[in-house]
Write a protein of this length. Structure first.
Length: 165
């Protein structure tokens, strides 16, 4: 099983949105028996809470399913994860600092790094929490734009390694 965990700050906006969207892409690709997708937050303020109602409404309007309870990312999880996807540079920095080994730190990537159309140096998915609903819609657009590239990276990781003669 290949395991991907999306991480934002509180695990009620960006990371559950990315989890739902990517899980849908994985299922559409027929890889749901091979890939496990979840999410967490760098902090535990919302632990046990459902996703923000604005996240839920934007996901439902776009046709994505969502069943979520917030949780805080734990350093011990690195051992069981293949990819840890940070939603912004602050999360990337925090997660790499939390990683127990350099190999674990290398598992952490920014979500928008999988979007070939993302402008160089602009790899953050902005936090929509304190803004209006259109920030959540923008978040969904950015997540959807990066998901095909992330799915391709996961497919490559799942493919048997070709042996050279």
């Amino acid at each position: 099983m290949y395991r991907v965990c999306f991480v934002c700050t509180g695990n009620i906006c960006r990371s559950p949105m990315a989890e739902s969207v990517f899980r849908s892409h994985v299922a559409d690709a027929g890889l749901d028996a091979l890939v496990e997708v979840d999410s967490a937050g760098t902090g535990g303020w919302h632990e046990g809470d459902p996703a923000d109602p604005r996240t839920v409404s934007v996901l439902e309007a776009a046709g994505y399913e969502q069943h979520h309870r917030a949780r805080q990312f734990q350093s011990s999880w690195f051992a069981g994860l293949d990819l840890v996807i940070a939603l912004d540079a602050g999360h990337l920095r925090d997660l790499r600092a939390l990683a127990p080994t350099p190999r674990d730190a290398a598992k952490v990537r920014l979500l928008r790094s999988f979007d070939p159309a993302a402008p160089a140096g602009d790899n953050d998915v902005p936090d929509p929490y304190y803004g209006p609903l259109d920030g959540f819609e923008e978040c969904l657009e950015l997540v959807e734009a990066a998901s095909p590239g992330l799915l391709e990276a996961v497919r490559e990781a799942l493919a048997p390694k070709e042996q050279t003669a």
